[in-house]
Design a protein around this ligand. Sequence first.
Ligand SMILES: Nc1nc2c(c(=O)[nH]1)N[C@H]1C(S)=C(S)[C@@H](COP(=O)(O)O)O[C@H]1N2
Ligand SMILES: [Mo]
Length: 419
Amino acid sequence: MQSPRSRFELNRRQLGGLAGAMGVYLAMPGFVGSSLAQEAMDSAKIIKGKASGLIVHNEKLGVMETPLTLLRQHKHTPKEILFNRLHFPHEGEAAWYATTDAPDKPDWTITIDGLVARPRQVKLADLAAMEQVKRVSVIQCAGNGRSYYAAKEKVAGGQWKNGGMGNVEWEGVALRPFLEAQKLEVADTALWLTAGGWDQPATPEGSDFAKSYPIGAKALDNAILALKMNGEPIPAVHGGPVRLIIPGYYGNMNVKMLTTLLFEAAQSPSAYQSVGYRMPLTPVEPGQFGANDYTIYNSEPTYAHKIKSVIFSPLAEDNPKAGNVEITGVAFNDGEGPITRVEVSTDGGKSWVDATIETAESPWAWHHWSAKGKLASGTNMLMSRATDSLGRTQPLDGLVWWNPRGYLWNGADRVEITV
Ligand SMILES: Nc1nc2c(c(=O)[nH]1)N[C@H]1C(S)=C(S)[C@@H](COP(=O)(O)O)O[C@H]1N2
Ligand SMILES: [Mo]
């Protein structure tokens, strides 16, 4: 089988040269010494169409999160403020996707290959002509909340707070019926479906961005080949013209700029599947960074969202007064059952009240909730904890899931407010 990526080889070499010459990037946390650096950190200047004021974690890769004061203003998170995560510098040949504009790529094709008798290529226009379905779904980086692990032992990587997530309406072609209609004649030996993106590593030794799913995974029943985000063609930076969306799965599983779908006997050797974005199978003591070497045998991919709730208001920056207060926020999980309970505390977990939960737009969308509470003069610790119909709940202390890469934070949320 000829590699569907070979046509990108040259670009890759060129990119490698460019990236090498770039040197160390400036976007170190807290690096705001000069006005020049401040200007360089403006999210609006890193990716065209992004609002100013997003929290930049990596300038060169355009990694940024949404402050909750912006996130809480919208039912569906707009492209201007949605968090962004990319793994390769968007320079040279790759500059086209550093924008919230829709890509101008009418000739885009997706190659379907691997252990199939009839490999084929599908054109963007073919997909656009098929029946389209909607999926409102939370998209969230597996590293969202990583900074909170620092309470025990700081973990390297973007120090995400709670804003590495958004609630987005996706629209596209349902994956399973689409694949069946292709009459591919998939071999019995094919156990994995691997999705690959257009973007390429900066150096030839780097790994492509590819993600694998067991072919029988239930979540694939809801997956779509998405062409639209919030009612418009998907912005280039969010994965247009075609993105694989698997509702209820962590961000890394939702491959942007989809170019390949491969049926394979094993999961992809891509570093982003076989080494990165994985959780140790046996718990690791906080601080034991070398305790797991992340093989496919001692770790598992970060697939389904763990149940989570996030307090949207009040936040410390709202400067609330002492007295009665309405506490609001969102909660979500992997869509396997609705959120049935959100408990809220204003005294650091000594006492709890039940929040009122609104019906969510879809199984994978976030549920809004609100509760009445009281703020005392002095320091208040607000907390929220969600439970779903399957009895799954958030640990009161999220540090129980400490892991060397800082993934899957889902501890009960805490907001400290001094009145
Ligand atoms: N092709 C491609 N797809 C990708 C990535 C990438 O670097 N390249 N990053 C993944 C990760 S880790 C996350 S969290 C989400 C981020 O999606 P967003 O930037 O649209 O919010 O995209 C995922 N899909
Ligand atoms: Mo991510």
